[in-house]
Ligand binder design. Structure first.
Ligand SMILES: Cc1cc2ncn([C@H]3O[C@H](COP(=O)(O)O)[C@@H](O)[C@H]3O)c2cc1C
Ligand SMILES: O=C(O)c1cccnc1
Length: 337
């Protein structure tokens, strides 16, 4: 039985989001106050430990079962030349992931995350969303459920990532439909388009917004009309993770854009989510502000695949190591301030 058999089931899940466990958060906060350091001196590492405690419902959270899931999909709008690379690269990179040769293989390994790659109908690019919805309702529901199925209850941490040539264009359209503004606010270089290519990309996004302007502004319709299969799967995985109390770390602009339609309708959807990093993609900072998320890292990365989130997962591990392994003032016989 799929988690989201109907659009109504998806809407209902978004409307009744579980909260973090308050006693576990309080216990983790109390422990942080007793560890041998000046209060607050581990900065965001302390917040991360408390965040993880609340979602894992454990005063001493851990990352024994950490998973990275990379969804891949193809995009009809690549016909306009919106990417610096051809659409074949999506499937070629999926093969590279399988051989272990991509950045995410190395970085997920370094962060101790189990890596799963989920290609979705790569031989069926989404429709050209400047003239019609990218997906029909059934296709969009299938992608949502593929995302949801990648999330097992009991995971300690879920990293979400994507591969899909052309998907920064879909991401920009999702942001604009969710948060307003114009294409200049949301369109960036992606894989490295500039000059005339960038103008074309902006025009494609403006055409998409105009084409769907009269459609209902619901999360499902926005995902279906201007999203892509891998992006919709990320949205489904984020919502499933929330239902299973699995904390999520996000990668860059595209992952954040998958969250945008959900957050525009239900801002508290971001409560179980950490933004792994600030991508060098121009609009990512603006998007994170709208999502009320503050990135853990800023390393000038703009790759995707989950790469920035994987580096952040290593930071999350550090936060939990300090939380779990440090002595308290009493145990160590250190005078408290
Ligand atoms: C070799 C290669 C590996 C990648 N890994 C992630 N992306 C990134 O680039 C794409 C988005 O940029 P655009 O919208 O400009 O196509 C996505 O696949 C994203 O994950 C890659 C792109 C390339 C070329
Ligand atoms: O921020 C990202 O995730 C990103 C930026 C450019 C290209 N691909 C991905």
């Amino acid at each position: 039985m799929s988690l989201f058999p109907t659009v109504a089931a998806f809407d209902a899940a978004l409307a009744s989001l579980p909260a973090a466990d308050a006693p576990c958060r309080a216990a983790a906060g109390a422990r942080q106050a007793q560890l041998t350091k000046p209060a607050g001196s581990l900065g965001r590492l302390e917040e991360i430990a408390i965040f993880m405690a609340g979602w894992q419902r454990r005063a001493r959270p851990r990352v024994d079962r950490g998973r990275a899931v990379i969804f891949a999909g193809n995009h009809g709008v690549t016909r306009y030349g919106v990417s610096a690379f051809p659409p074949e690269v999506t499937a070629q990179m999926v093969a590279n992931f399988a051989r272990g040769g991509a950045a995410i293989n190395a970085l997920a390994g370094a962060a101790g995350l189990d890596l799963r790659v989920v290609p979705i109908a790569l031989d069926q690019p989404t429709a050209d969303f400047t003239v019609e919805p990218a997906m029909n309702e059934a296709e969009c529901l299938i992608a949502l459920n593929i995302g949801a199925e990648a999330v097992e209850p009991g995971l300690d941490l879920l990293l979400l990532g994507e591969m899909g040539i052309g998907n920064t264009t879909a991401a920009a359209a999702l942001c604009q439909r969710s948060f307003g503004g114009n294409a200049t606010d949301w369109v960036g270089a992606g894989t490295g388009v500039g000059g005339h290519g960038l103008e074309v990309k902006r025009e494609v996004v403006e055409l998409a917004i105009a084409c769907h302007a009269h459609a209902p502004a619901t999360p499902f319709e926005t995902l279906r009309r201007v999203g892509g299969r891998e992006i919709v799967a990320i949205a489904g995985a984020m919502l499933a993770a929330r239902l299973h109390h699995v904390p999520v770390v996000l990668d860059g602009f595209i992952c954040g854009a998958a969250l945008a339609p959900l957050a525009a309708a239900m801002p508290s959807i971001t409560d179980h989510i950490l933004a792994g990093h600030l991508s060098a993609e121009a609009a990512h900072g603006r998007l994170l502000e709208r999502l009320c998320l503050s990135p853990l890292l800023d390393l000038d990365m703009r790759l995707g695949e989950g790469s920035g989130g994987a580096v952040a997962a290593a930071v999350i591990r550090s936060a939990l190591a300090a939380h779990d392994q440090m002595a308290t003032f009493v145990d160590a016989g250190v005078s408290a301030g």
